[in-house]
Design a protein. Structure first.
Length: 185
């Protein structure tokens, strides 16, 4: 959960806040495709793809009388398992933008594929993606690929021509540059 200034708030503080806006229209249909077992039946609860991977909520403190218009970028829903749309990271706390991959990169997932973040802090510091405390100190001020830019990929196929669920052959966007500034305390 993020405050107005991009500061990360603890889960035990959630009762002090209410949802003031979201980036997805209410009643937007979310479709799921499930992984199949050897007989072609849906695996219980193992999702292969989904049309919406994230719902961004903007929260305000209970009792806040600020009626400033809140604008969150609506991200298009994925039409299929091979097409997604770049998220709007501007204004977010860096720690909330992605995850540390096994290779030690800071990334975000788009369906079966991921994009690597190139971190560019305005103070010139090196940001260690393994240091959660350091990640919390920065917020995104700019990104080099516009929100809702289409990201496409194709999946590798086995010797029978069947697609693997999570092995990509190629993708059109590999990296997103995130420009960062220190979170004001």
């Amino acid at each position: 959960m993020l405050s107005v200034c991009g500061e990360r708030k603890g889960r035990n503080e959630k009762d002090k806040y209410y949802v003031a806006a979201q980036n997805l229209e209410p009643n937007t249909e979310i479709k799921y495709t499930f992984q199949k077992d050897a007989e072609g039946n849906d695996e219980n609860g193992l999702i292969s793809s989904q049309t919406v991977e994230e719902i961004l909520l903007y929260v305000k403190e209970v009792g806040n009388t600020d009626d400033t218009e809140i604008s969150l970028t609506p991200i298009q829903t994925a039409p299929d398992a091979y097409t997604y749309y770049i998220r709007d990271y501007v204004g977010r706390n860096l720690e909330e933008c992605g995850y540390l991959s096994l290779a030690g990169d800071f990334r975000d997932a788009y369906g079966a594929e991921t994009v690597k973040f190139v971190l560019i802090p305005d103070d010139g510091s090196y940001i260690d993606p393994t240091d959660e405390e350091q990640l919390k100190k920065y917020k995104v001020t700019e990104q080099n690929i516009a929100p809702n830019t289409e990201i496409n990929f194709t999946l590798q196929k086995d010797s029978n021509g069947e697609e693997y669920d999570n092995l990509t052959e190629n993708q059109n966007i590999e990296e997103v540059e995130l420009h960062l500034s220190l979170v004001e305390e």
